[in-house]
Design a protein around this ligand. Structure first.
Ligand code: FAD
Length: 425
């Protein structure tokens, strides 16, 4: 089978690119191992609501159409949104087709799937940023009496045994799950490493609204002082709810969740925690205050001070003076460990030398280090907004323009590292 462009993955990123290619009359197929919105259907917990407001889902030719732009979608709503996008765009999605290999071939790529092989001139990797849960190697040392699961396996608290739960990781997934599990009657200890604290609402407006109007979301990848760090940054401690509540560490302490330092290792069945909890929290408080300072300065210089509430600051994170540095995992106090330690993409099927020494995809703003190969849907791909559904629109527009000119040019010359010579990015 032959087509001009293969897009791998029918999440929002693949669908956005499909729409852009359709608008440019570029022949393409979207290959999807499950169905449209597969990861939202199969890899998220039941109560999850997006942490981005409804208005933050602008995709090419499509956006929020309801009467609650400031609300946060539930999972069924998110799935319905993407299914409708695929339908109105008439995206050429071939479902239940798993890509098993992508190799260089004459004039393009061979994309092998469990439904046969495709030849194409260009490939778009839109297979997701969160295919695998990142779990530290020392998890192997957890005694067999303690159950373990990741945020990708977690669905609801009743799936867990009664008894204590250690949630590892205090970013968006970790704080949301810690809150839900603790409220179910299972006492939660939350292991806290580096995290990004933000209020849900500041001066009467959603924090994402502030990030939008101040231009923080639009900071470009090629203008950042430390791009690698921006791409590694944990997700903001946020949750979507009707009450628009702030879910920070103080809110968790208020309901009885115990805070403990970063999970550093396991020795003889004993979990060991770093003594840096206070420092981690002080740093997160400081960074939040710096963000709020920026917002206040923007509001003043743009004449917004009268349109929003008064500037204020939040209570510093409350931390025990000397939180425990160890827990005996054989004592029965902890029955389950829930790893909320992040995600990574799975490119195990990508047989093209486009990875750096750490196994990360080499790309410049989504232009992958192999002719005619592009990536979408990765954190801070072209700007900070790229991390969210809302960023895929502009990214797909930019990259589809690059892809179209690549197809027009035919044979080009390439540097040794795989990037094309003299292209605009
Ligand atoms: C817990 C959680 C909460 C999130 N909350 C928000 C939020 O509030 N707001 C927001 O904007 N974003 C949120 N994100 C989503 C984030 O925006 C996306 O994970 C990311 O941007 C990737 O989107 P995507 O379309 O690229 O990937 P996905 O939606 O993961 O789509 C990739 C598709 O590729 C398919 N695929 C993968 N491998 C293959 C293969 N080998 N062959 C064929 N098909 C394949 C998958 O089945 C999947 O359907 C959240 C993510 C997670 C994990």
């Amino acid at each position: 089978m032959r087509t001009t462009v293969i897009i791998i993955g029918a999440g929002h990123a693949g669908l956005a690119m499909s729409r852009c290619l359709t608008d440019r009359a570029i022949d393409h197929v979207v290959l999807e191992r499950g169905e449209v919105a597969h990861s939202w259907k199969t890899e998220r917990w039941d109560s999850l609501q997006l942490l981005t407001p409804n208005w933050m889902s602008r995709l090419p030719g499509y956006g929020y159409e309801g009467d609650d732009p400031d609300g946060y979608r539930t999972m069924p709503e998110t799935i319905a949104f993407l299914e409708r996008y695929a339908a109105v765009s008439a995206a050429p999605v071939q479902t239940h087709t798993t890509v098993t290999s992508v190799c260089r071939a004459d004039h393009g790529y061979t994309v092998s799937t469990d439904q046969g092989d495709w030849s194409c001139r260009a490939v778009v990797l839109a297979s997701g940023a969160c295919n695998l849960a990142s779990v530290p190697a020392f998890a192997q040392g957890v005694p067999s009496t303690v159950a373990m699961l990741t945020t990708m396996d977690y669905r609801h608290p009743n799936q867990l045994e009664e008894g204590g739960v250690l949630v590892v990781g205090a970013s968006a997934s970790g704080v949301q799950i810690a809150d839900e599990v603790h409220r179910s009657g299972r006492p939660v200890t939350l292991s806290v490493g580096e995290h990004v604290r933000v209020p849900r609402v500041y001066r009467g407006r959603d924090i994402q609204w502030w990030m939008e109007v101040t231009g923080l979301f639009d900071e470009r990848y090629d203008e950042m002082e430390n791009l690698a760090r921006a791409r590694r940054l944990p997700s903001m401690q946020l949750t979507g709810s009707v009450a628009r509540r702030t879910l920070d560490l103080n809110a968790l302490t208020d309901i009885g969740v115990k805070l403990i330092g970063r999970f550093a290792g396991i020795h003889d069945g004993r979990a060991q925690f770093a003594g840096s909890l206070r420092n981690m929290c002080t740093l997160a408080d400081l960074k939040m205050d710096r963000l709020l300072d920026k917002i206040d300065a923007w509001a003043t210089s743009n004449g917004f001070d009268r349109a929003v509430g008064l500037p204020h600051r939040f209570e510093p994170t409350r931390v025990d003076v000397s939180p425990p540095l160890g827990i005996d995992l054989q004592s029965g106090a902890i029955r389950t460990i829930l790893w909320a330690t992040g995600y990574r993409p799975d490119y195990s099927w990508l047989d093209v030398p486009v990875f750096d020494l750490r196994g990360r995809l080499r790309h410049e703003g989504g232009v992958v280090a192999s002719p005619g190969m592009y990536a979408l849907g990765l954190p801070v791909l072209r700007c900070r907004r790229s991390t969210f559904i809302d960023g895929a629109g502009n990214d797909a527009r930019d990259l589809s323009a690059h892809l179209a000119s690549y197809l027009d040019r035919g044979n080009s010359t390439y540097r040794r590292d795989g990037y094309e010579l003299a292209t605009s990015r």
